[in-house]
Design a protein around this ligand. Structure first.
Ligand code: AGP
Length: 604
């Protein structure tokens, strides 16, 4: 989604801004721009499409010496992806970049139009800079004008503003969207909406909190907290491990991330699987005390993990579980009780709907836990405890290894809780620990299987849709398989519990409907098989993923014989990821940055 960078200093400002934006590229965007203020003059460049266009446009621009710059990648929400709508947005003498949504921009825009302001863009963001210009006329300092501007905004934002009214300064504010300030020893200041652009420049960073605002100059940082009182910035050392990612010879980040799953799951398990029990250092020993129900809340792939986790918690830890899509949970006025544990699941830790749901649960007095891949993310900072999935940076917009590690965490967590609640015998717990140790080997990509899937993929490029079907925990996996395919192939795909077919969906069955059937040996094999036969009888084209040959299938992807359904789950997960990948490759799509999608969805 939208990305922000900012820089004050003496180095190559253009390169710093463009490199920073490149680091944010994987998050998804459709236009980009930079504004540099130097010697009382603004230089401004904006382009639609990929950053390479912006790089081309700025090719002959080389600012030398001290400069103040801001940059932005925009994922369109208000107004189409056009140059006019791209950030930075200009007032009279100031430019602004903004992530988030200004919800009251319509009345603000009317008010400013009545004062004679002519808006150039269709964005909500442009009101920020015009409000600032308007407040400037009646304020004693530009900072006072900035403060007054912020007090008029409703919605979510991370804002950087530069103005000729105070040339050596970047004004900043955070309200709901992430923003990080970085410093080094060279009197430079950096801003970014996530860690990655800061890594090669700063060691010390401040993760700004909601309500924080202020300004920086080369020699000064003024930071005001949500209560309006000035505060000391609280610096943290920027963790640099696993943050930079290269393709390492793979065609796409997504492919690399599928192949990496074995290693990252090994990291997820590290130190947590003991001989006789499972340990989570992050949780104090009484963390689950007084908890009688778990509410799992997430979006997209993380929601599929939540659904899958609900089967494990109920089956092994015998605890009541409800699963919520965050964007629904926020507005349904849910019943919340103090004996519920609220678990937010998020790769990024920044997804706006999940973050707001977490805040709601917290405000209602619930104990909160975040299962997350990003240290220091907003959700991690908001919750009572956090468990890290340790997948390392995930660049492909279509999540793969993040999901895999989330699933490993929840399998462990359900057994951890089962142990606490004595709902499993000691020998059963040990059995799960041994099985968990097998997961890294089981998700190692089998080259033969990959080759087979590549060959098969050519038969699945047309048709009127895909059904992914499975039962029990293989139903959320079917949902996830369908989402993967949709995201990168743009083909229509739905996941269903296989028992639901006859209640309506089977009406679509014909040879042009492709069914991807998840048929594990150790979970309701016969039941699922009957459902697949029903589809086969209606001539749907069927691809079965199973350890057992299935005669009535048109195509067959064979998984290994294992001793447990969870190992089958992980292996089938890899098969569905590869199938989506190879279909999308044949269709010639952008695998890592599919159209219309963003890696981190920081608007609701
Ligand atoms: C996954 O492939 C998606 N791109 C998307 O559904 C994602 O899982 C969702 O936006 C939630 O993101 P989060 O895990 O970072 O909160």
């Amino acid at each position: 989604m939208c990305g922000i960078v900012g820089y004050i200093g003496y180095k190559k400002t253009k390169e710093i801004l463009l490199d920073g934006l490149s680091e944010l590229e994987y998050r998804g965007y459709d236009s980009a721009g930079i504004a540099v203020l130097q010697n009382h003059t603004f230089s401004i460049f904006k382009t639609v499409g990929k950053l390479v266009n912006l790089k081309q446009k700025t090719k002959s621009y080389h600012p030398e010496g001290f400069a103040v710059g801001i940059g932005h990648t925009r994922w369109a929400t208000h107004g189409k992806p056009t140059e006019l709508n791209a950030h930075p947005h200009l007032g009279e003498n100031s430019y602004v970049v903004h992530n988030g949504i200004i919800e009251n921009y319509v009345p603000l825009k009317h008010e400013l139009q009545q004062k004679g302001v002519k808006f150039l863009s269709q964005t909500d963001t442009e009101v920020i800079v015009w409000l600032f210009e308007s407040e400037l006329k009646s304020s004693s300092t530009p900072f006072e004008a900035f403060k007054k501007t912020l007090s008029r905004l409703k919605g979510s934002y991370a804002i950087l503003l530069v103005s000729k009214s105070r040339e050596d300064t970047i004004f900043f504010a955070k309200g709901g969207s992430p923003l990080i300030l970085g410093i080094n020893n060279a009197d430079e200041k950096y801003f970014a909406s996530s860690d990655a652009p800061l890594i090669s420049h700063c060691k010390d960073v401040v993760y700004l909190e909601d309500g924080d605002f202020g300004y920086v100059t080369p020699s000064e940082i003024t930071l005001i907290g949500a209560n309006g009182i000035q505060k000391m910035p609280s610096f943290k050392v920027l963790a640099t491990d696993k943050l930079s990612a290269q393709k390492d010879g793979y065609r796409f980040f997504m492919e690399k991330e599928i192949y990496e799953q074995s290693d990252v799951i090994a990291d997820t398990l590290l130190g947590r699987l003991k001989d006789t029990h499972i340990a989570f250092e992050e949780l104090d020993k009484d963390f689950f005390k007084g908890i009688n129900e778990i509410k799992l809340c997430a979006c997209g792939t993380s929601y599929h993990c939540a659904l899958a986790a609900s089967y494990l918690f109920e089956r092994y830890a015998k605890i009541k579980v409800s699963v919520e899509i965050a964007s629904e949970f926020r507005y349904k006025k849910p019943l919340l009780f103090k004996d519920m544990l609220f678990i937010a699941i998020s790769q990024s830790g920044e997804t706006a709907d999940t973050l707001e749901s977490l805040k709601m649960a917290k405000n209602a007095g619930l104990k909160t836990l975040t299962v997350c891949n990003v240290d220091n993310s907003s959700m991690v900072r908001q919750s009572d405890a956090a468990i890290f999935t340790r997948a390392g940076i995930e660049k492909g917009v279509a999540s793969t290894k993040a999901f895999a590690t989330q699933m490993a965490v929840f399998w462990m967590l359900s057994i951890y809780l089962a142990d606490k609640k004595h709902s499993l015998q000691k020998d059963e717990i040990q059995k799960h620990i041994s099985l968990l140790r097998e997961v890294p080997a089981c998700v190692k990509v089998d080259e033969e299987m990959h080759e087979k899937i590549t060959r098969l993929s050519k038969r699945y490029l047309h048709g009127h849709g895909f059904f992914y079907i499975g039962r029990d925990i293989f139903y959320p996996l079917a949902l996830e398989g369908a989402l993967k395919l949709k995201e990168i192939s743009y083909l229509h795909a739905e996941g269903y519990p296989s028992g639901e077919m006859k209640h309506g969906p089977i009406a679509l069955a014909d040879p042009e409907l492709f069914t991807i059937a998840l048929l594990p040996n150790h979970m309701l094999y016969e039941k699922t098989k009957s459902n697949v036969e029903e589809l086969s009888a209606r001539d749907s084209t069927i691809c079965v993923i199973s350890p057992q040959q299935f005669k009535k299938a048109d195509d067959f992807i064979q998984t290994k014989q294992t001793s447990h359904y969870m190992l089958e789950f992980f292996e089938m997960m890899v098969a569905t990821q590869l199938l989506a990948l190879e279909i999308a490759v044949r269709l010639g799509h952008d695998i890592d940055m599919p159209r219309n999608l963003a890696k981190s969805v920081t608007v609701e």
